[in-house]
Design a protein around this ligand. Structure first.
Ligand SMILES: C[S@@+](CC[C@H](N)C(=O)[O-])C[C@H]1O[C@@H](n2cnc3c(N)ncnc32)[C@H](O)[C@@H]1O
Length: 315
């Protein structure tokens, strides 16, 4: 089975597949990626990004489904980039956010897309061609070693909680000009926030819950004991760390991304996000996903919450 099946069949919303860059995904639909090549990924999404299959599947997902493009555009808008000369796309991955920034920046501007994963950037370089863009392979915490002072803005989409935030905030402050904006978002689960639309959309079990049920039923999977874990990066921690690093918070709020079960399935087929955690192969996870997905309506609306923070470098 090709691991990209989730992208190629029954997306539920054909109208979602309108991006011209989807052509870049075609090779992924072949059987070129063989079973023996399929990676076994760590259960979290912090480690494991520097891996070709994850990078290609991630890029394919972003070409076919709008979530990362929409969240990137939201950050770019809040960063108020018009007139900027230097913008840093932190944890830029395959360049989705850089692309959104380049779309609104003047011809003389520059964008540096910095990410720790060479594999993600390698895939990004293939589809994003713009002379204003340069790629730096480095950790976010080390951004000051690679970018001089005077950046007008730093944006970071869907990644900040994967970094050592205190170290990253301090490094970002040192590359921003006074008054420059630092705009990022945090997945709702990691920030401990839920948008009202997400609450309202919860009319039945989530795809993740169904995956767990199928894994228990068919694979003898033993789920980890539920604990009331504290969110990894709540707003009060973000505020305190930003203040300590020399920022002032201009804005913080919760936004919702509306998608479909089909989008969720495609996202869960990206190797690094495949569920459930534990001692299962990728093929087993995809089999479980297929069975779980059969229990939902592809077009059913799903909502993802994000905490969005706009900070400004103190003068
Ligand atoms: C969900 S992807 C987001 C990529 C991109 N911002 C986008 O919107 O498509 C998370 C990215 O964070 C990167 N990442 C995670 N921890 C990092 C760190 N400490 N420094 C730099 N990049 C990191 C990963 O390599 C991966 O490309």
């Amino acid at each position: 089975m090709c691991w990209t099946w989730a992208f190629s069949r029954d997306t539920g919303s054909r109208s979602a597949i309108t991006h011209p860059r989807r052509r870049a995904c075609r090779p992924l639909f072949s059987e070129r990626v063989g079973r023996e090549e399929t990676p076994v990924v760590p259960p979290d999404a912090v480690a494991g990004w520097d891996e070709r299959h994850t990078a290609e599947a991630y890029a394919c997902f972003t070409h076919l489904f709008p979530m990362y493009t929409n969240t990137s555009r939201d950050l770019v808008e809040r960063a108020e980039l018009r007139g900027s000369r230097l913008v840093v796309d932190l944890c830029g991955g395959t360049g989705v956010t850089a692309g959104a920034a380049l779309a609104v920046l003047p011809s003389r501007a520059r964008v540096i897309s910095l990410d720790a994963s060479a594999a993600m950037q390698e895939v990004g370089r293939r589809s994003l061609h713009d002379t204003r863009l340069s790629w730096v392979t480095a950790r976010a915490e080390d951004v000051a070693r690679h970018v001089g002072e005077g950046a007008d803005a730093v944006v970071c989409n869907s990644a900040i909680w994967k970094t050592d935030t205190m170290a990253t905030f301090t490094a970002v402050r040192s590359v921003l000009r006074p008054g420059g904006r630092f705009v990022f978002n945090i997945g709702g689960g990691f920030a401990g926030v839920t948008h009202p639309d997400e609450e309202a959309a919860r009319t039945g079990p989530s795809l993740s819950a169904l995956i767990q049920d199928v894994a228990v039923r068919d694979y003898g999977y033993v789920p980890p004991r539920k604990t009331r874990a504290r969110p990894k990066l709540p707003l009060e921690v973000v505020r305190a760390q930003l203040r300590a690093a020399g920022f002032r918070v201009l804005e913080a709020g919760v936004v919702a991304h509306h998608g479909t079960m089909a989008e969720k399935r495609a996202w869960l087929s990206i190797p690094i996000f495949a569920q459930p955690e534990g001692d299962l192969t990728y093929e087993q996870r995809m089999e479980i996903l297929r069975k779980a997905y059969a229990l939902v309506a592809p077009g059913q609306v799903t909502v993802t919450s994000w905490l969005v923070v706009v900070a400004q470098a103190a003068g």
